[in-house]
Design a protein around this ligand. Structure first.
Ligand SMILES: Cc1ncc(COP(=O)(O)O)c(C=O)c1O
Length: 352
């Protein structure tokens, strides 16, 4: 256990909320619920304190034991509770690798946590292991590694990840955000989290599984880490209709259909990149292992207004100086991608 980075001591000593027992075939007068549901919705009862069937289903989907998985409302909630569990406000720090997913900054700012940055390196946005380790050296509690990274699409190598895990044992939790891993050729590193008390892997149903609307994600970690995070995750947080929806939807048929959509996104990603690279209005398309590509345009402002006229939205990052003139383009269906390519070709034609 001594490789477990210590969480906030007040969290370790936190007295858990004792929920009223939820036992079927009993007269339930212990939770101040309505005795019946008008309209027969069945929603007069609170959801389970922790959704056990859903946890088992996600554990089998992500191929890890159920004891090593905590169901959260999207990975966003996991990011938030990790920060609140390990970081004391106005004292502790986290490490991020910009440009990266902005929610790490958001939740850190909310919790009063300072952010140390170890920027991605060079033209290919690779992870700078020595910068990450020197930032950790000052006692950062959490290190957020997003792989494939949003918005660059770049990945961390297994050997770099192993170096970071080893060097930070007992001091920092490495949070490996694998929201886009299904779009990558490389498999998930979730199983590594079973061997290392300082690794938490985040997975989500929002991307490859096409269920962003249901807000379901998971933190995968050692049992010791899951038990600590469980103290901070509120009871009853996952709503009954969301539990039921996910359990109903995640059939073998659904998984096959999702896998086919992922395969088409991956092949469209190559086709769209190849097209965009040839256009006079683009300067560079970064290789990506996710469901988007990052593109540098010679005149992004004009491109954005041209695409807006065609009712096509892409994502720009005017708040991030390192991504000046860059846009992140999510890979859509073939006809949606064709509409984007046509609109950009028209833009080039008009500019001639
Ligand atoms: C890298 C990354 N992590 C996590 C999330 C949030 O995912 P969820 O919908 O599971 O909260 C996103 C959403 O865009 C993301 O890009």
């Amino acid at each position: 256990m001594n490789d477990l980075p210590p969480p906030r001591s007040d969290i370790l000593n936190l007295k858990s909320y004792i929920a009223g027992a939820q036992i079927n075939d009993t007269i339930r007068l212990n939770a101040n619920e309505a005795p019946a549901a008008a309209g027969d919705t069945g929603l007069n009862r609170y959801p389970e304190v922790r959704p056990l069937a859903l946890r088992n289903r996600l554990a089998s989907l992500f191929d890890v034991p159920a004891e090593n998985l905590l169901v959260t409302r999207g990975t966003s909630e996991a990011i938030d509770i990790l920060m609140r569990t390990w970081c004391k406000a106005y004292r502790d720090t986290i490490v991020t690798t910009p440009p990266t997913f902005d929610m790490y900054r958001l939740y850190a700012n909310i919790q009063g946590i300072d952010i140390l940055e170890a920027p991605l390196l060079g033209d290919n946005f690779s992870f700078d292991v020595s910068a990450i380790l020197s930032a950790c050296g000052s006692g950062s509690k959490l290190v957020f590694l997003c792989s494939p990274n949003n918005p660059t699409g770049s990945q961390i190598s297994q050997s770099d990840l192993a170096k970071i895990i080893e060097a930070t044992k007992g001091r920092s939790i490495i949070v490996l955000d694998e929201a886009y891993i299904e779009f990558s050729e490389r498999g998930s590193f979730a199983k590594l989290a079973l061997q290392h008390n300082n690794l938490v892997v985040l997975r989500t149903l929002s991307k490859a599984h096409g269920l962003a609307g249901v807000r379901c994600g998971a933190a995968i970690a050692s049992e010791a880490v899951i038990n600590i995070l469980s103290k901070v995750l509120p009871p009853y947080s996952f709503p009954t209709p969301a539990i039921q929806t996910v359990l109903d939807i995640l059939s073998d048929k659904h998984l096959q259909e999702s896998a086919a959509i992922v395969a088409s996104v991956v092949s469209e990603r190559a086709r769209v990149s190849a097209h965009l690279e040839k256009l006079d209005c683009t300067t560079f398309c970064w290789p990506s292992e996710a469901n988007f590509i990052l593109v540098h345009f010679s005149n992004l402002k004009m491109i954005l207004s041209h695409l807006a006229e065609r009712k096509i939205l892409i994502r720009e990052f005017s708040d991030k100086p390192e991504l000046k003139n860059c846009a992140r383009i999510t890979i859509g269906l073939k006809e949606q991608n064709d509409a984007l390519i046509n609109a950009l070709e028209d833009f080039v034609e008009r500019a001639k």
